[in-house]
Each structure stands twice: as C-alpha cells, then as structure tokens.
Design a protein. Structure first.
Length: 357
C-alpha cells in the first residue's frame, strides 16, 4: 500500500499531475463555452412561434397532437398558396384596400409560423416511420437542440484529456530512465515488473477519475448553456437518431456514449504507456502519442465497425450509435467491449512480460 501511495504522490506532485489536470479543466471550460448550439436554420425568425407550439404539444406524441400539427401546417400552407389569387383579386379591384391589408398581415404571420410548423411536421413524418418498429415507446416532442449539440460534441475524441493522459504516461513511465534510477530498480528485490504493474494500476485509476471529472464537468456546463431538462425522451425522438430503434432515453444514451469514451481513453492511455515503456524516451513517446491522437480522429470518418478491429474507435462515442443495424445493437456493443478487453489484455501481457523480475 505504501508503494501505491508513493506512486500517487509522485504522479500528482513530482510529475505535476494536479497542475496538468487543472490546466486541462481550464482549457476544457473555454472550449465548452465556445461551442455553439446546433439548431435548425428555420428557428431563426420563428423561435417564439416554435416555443409557443412546443408548449402545446410537449411530451409524448399522440394522434391528436400529430393531427393538430398536420392540420395547422395545411391551414397556413393554404394561406401562403392563396397569395397569387388574392393579389389578382386586389389588382382587379375585387377586394378592398382594407381586405388586402388584412390579408397581408395574415400572410406575413403565416410565413413565420410555417417555418416552426415545418419542423414539427417533419418530426411527425419521422415518428410515423418509427411506428413500424414494434415494442418502442412513443417518441416525444421536446426541445432537442441542446441534446443534439451534446451528442455531436461527443462524436469526437476529447483532445485535451487525451493530451493529459499522454503527458502523464510519458512522465510516469520514462522518469526512472531519465532520472537514472532504472539500474537500482533492476537490482532491487521487487524488480521492475512489480513496480510497473503498480504504476499501471495507479495510472489507470487516475484516468478513470479524470474521465469521471471530465464527464461531470461537461454535463454541468452543457446543462447551464443548453436546455437539457428533458432527460426521459427516447433517443429516437432526436432528429439526429430518428431511425435508431433502441429503447434508451437521451440521458441513458449519453451515459452509454460516455462509458465507451472512457474505455477508449483507458485504451489510449495504455497504448501511451506501452510507447513510453518501449522507447524509454520522453520526446519519442510523446511524438508517437500525438500520432496516435491523430489516428483516433481519423477513425471518426471511418465506419464504426472499425471499433471491432481496432477498439481505439471507442473514442468516437456518439459515432457508435449512427449505424446500429449493420450487425445489430446488442452484438455491436458486445463485440466492441470484447475487442477492447482482448486488445488491452494482450498488449499489457506482452509489455509486462518484457519487464525484468
């Protein structure tokens, strides 16, 4: 236990782990506050009308709500389509100036309301497709753009914390070489292997804590910036996942995505440890870790099935939810986790076996 505590103190104080984490949180805060909310362009001038309509239909969809949307959409569409006819009537003096002015007021209002109605009208079409999937609870009408922004953010690897993980791995696992204590460790009773394993436990525990802090940090900032009050709507209520027929709420889906990102972060950290332990050189190790970060970003543009062959793709997070029907949701997630376990255990066993007793 004393050795574990010694390694923890060394990581936080000697290797400046607390300072690196603090700087990372500050940079992360700046990044999170600079991310714009992803909204529908149609919301621009019709935001008030959108809010008013949402208040009327908020919550689980029903036939009555969908009928109301379709009827309202058709009503205002008819007004807009009648413009040419009303203009002709006015020019032919079939209607008075006052009637024309009254129509223009209604017409301009219809042009604004129809923008908000079109958003919900499209949602009705998405929900109709979902009705073909048996066993799903009804989707919800709710303000979805905050959640869409959060899921889009979680689609990409967390570059700030990847860098923190890489720097700590390099500092922890090359320090004994650069400080000249490696020869003493090789001749000690415990040898390098036991020390390496203990360091790895401390390092992995720190990664999990960092990932937890990062997740809570992100959620509180996004909750303050965006409307994330609705946590129970099914994930397929979001336009982003309108064809994702799995029975998970938006909050449950975010937790699942976060769990995959944590696994990806752990794997990335272990790969950085392997690089640092193999090269015994801080500069080379950090350069290779940066290349690994670039590779993790390139995975975003590949099929999520790459996570089965190379589980670093778990860093993609949200991307794992986009194409679930290739091999089915349960098997898809199961194979991703299993590949992570097999890959991680294999490289660890190879690395540990190379350490001296």
């Amino acid at each position: 236990m004393e050795l574990y505590l010694f390694e923890i103190r060394k990581m936080l104080i000697t290797h400046k782990g607390w300072l690196i984490l603090l700087i990372g949180l500050i940079l992360k805060t700046i990044l999170l506050y600079s991310i714009p909310e992803i909204t529908d362009p149609r919301l621009g001038i019709s935001h008030i009308q959108y809010d008013n309509l949402l208040q009327q239909i908020h919550g689980e969809t029903t036939h009555e709500k969908e009928r109301f949307i379709v009827d309202s959409f058709n009503y205002y569409s008819d007004i807009i389509r009648s413009y040419d006819q009303m203009l002709t009537s006015y020019l032919n003096e079939d209607i008075s100036d006052q009637e024309w002015r009254n129509f223009i007021v209604v017409y301009e209002r219809a042009n604004i309301i129809i923008l908000a109605l079109t958003i919900f009208y499209d949602k009705v079409g998405e929900f109709a497709i979902l009705s073909e999937s048996p066993g799903l609870s009804p989707p919800h009408f709710f303000y979805e753009y905050g959640w869409s922004t959060v899921f889009n953010y979680n689609r990409y690897p967390d570059v700030i914390f990847l860098f923190i993980v890489a720097v700590l791995a390099v500092n922890m696992f090359t320090y004994d070489v650069t400080s000249g204590t490696i020869s003493i460790l090789n001749s000690s009773k415990n040898g390098c292997r036991k020390l390496f394993v203990k360091k790895l436990f401390v390092y992995t525990g720190f990664i999990i804590i960092v990932a937890f802090i990062s997740g809570i940090h992100e959620y509180f900032i996004f909750s303050g910036r965006f409307q994330l009050d609705d946590t129970i709507p099914p994930i397929y209520s979001l336009t982003l996942f309108h064809d994702l027929a799995i029975q998970l709420s938006v909050l449950e889906s975010l937790i699942l995505v976060s769990a995959f990102r944590v696994l990806g972060l752990i794997l990335f950290g272990i790969l950085c440890v392997v690089l640092a332990n193999s090269t015994k050189n801080a500069v080379y190790s950090l350069c290779l870790a940066l290349l690994l970060m670039v590779a993790s970003f390139l995975l975003v543009f590949l099929s999520p099935l790459t996570t089965i062959l190379f589980p670093l793709g778990l860093l993609m997070g949200t991307q794992l939810l986009y194409t679930p029907y290739i091999i089915g949701i349960p098997a898809y997630f199961t194979f991703s986790v299993l590949s992570f376990i097999v890959f991680t255990v294999t490289i660890l066993l190879i690395t540990i076996s190379k350490e001296k007793e």
